[in-house]
Ligand binder design. Structure first.
Ligand code: UTP
Length: 229
């Protein structure tokens, strides 16, 4: 039987919220190991606050955008290696450096873990590029919010919470958010690729392991289902 192919983008703030959080990574790895017989998985890791530390410090030291992106990529790859270590024999710490290589190396009996690829985008976009290469059924964005809202729910109690939306609706929200200078729920380039390829995006709270598991397996979620078709 053909396994469903799923690409997961795990925000760095989920993986490394503080200094040393092996407990969460261990639980994540346990869940991934448990479901790996049922799904062909690629997990793309973000950089989180450690990446931010490097890019801010590098900027203060006069780094170019290219150099700062390379610092960010370095951290995403370190985070990926932490998750790969915790997956043991199921994964390799010799992580793929491109979407093409990730897709080529992804198979039924392994889990590919990786970070960023080249300057100019984020790991959400990398997840979408890998999903395009391997013709994945869906992209799961494991983030620090519960769902997509019409506005920041901490500031606006009337913000609407979406359980389902179209990719064009997500695009509108992301562009509005960017205008306000906030970090986005999913990279605009990633949205563009998912729309072109007709790949759905599930946005879930990545700290909630059972929610993340449901999203990967295509089951009912509490987060937001973004339909691309
Ligand atoms: P992230 O994917 O973690 O960026 O990559 P982000 O979305 O800004 O971080 P979160 O989700 O809010 O935590 C960290 C940085 O690494 C560079 C970019 O500078 C990015 O902001 N990067 C990452 C690349 O240039 N290319 C890649 O393929 C990945």
């Amino acid at each position: 039987m053909m396994k469903e192919k799923v690409v997961v983008s795990v925000g760095g703030s989920i993986l490394i919220p503080g200094n040393g959080d092996s407990e969460y990574i261990m639980k994540l790895a346990e869940m991934i190991s448990e479901i790996s017989p049922d799904v062909q998985l690629v997990v793309v890791c973000g950089g989180g606050k450690i990446a931010r530390y490097y890019t801010v410090t590098g900027g203060e030291l006069g780094g170019t955008t290219y150099q700062l992106d390379m610092l960010g990529i370095g951290v995403t790859r370190l985070n990926a290696q932490l998750l790969a270590i915790s997956l043991g024999d199921l994964s390799s710490t010799d992580i793929p450096l491109s979407a093409e290589d990730a897709s080529k190396r992804s198979s039924h009996d392994n889990v590919i873990v990786m970070g960023g690829t080249v300057p100019g985008h984020t790991t959400d976009a990398v997840a979408a590029m890998v999903a395009r290469e391997m013709r994945a059924e869906r992209i799961v964005n494991a983030t620090s919010v519960e769902a997509v809202y019409s506005d920041d729910p901490r500031r606006n109690p009337d913000a609407e919470r979406f359980s389902r939306m179209t990719i064009d609706e997500l695009k509108t929200i992301v562009y509005t958010e960017h205008g306000a200078g906030k970090s986005s729920v999913f990279d605009p380039l990633g949205i563009k690729i998912a729309k072109e390829e007709g790949i759905d995006i599930l946005i879930v709270n990545g700290r909630d392991i059972s929610e993340l598991r449901n999203a990967i397996l295509g089951r009912e979620i509490k987060g937001t289902y973004v339909s691309s078709r």
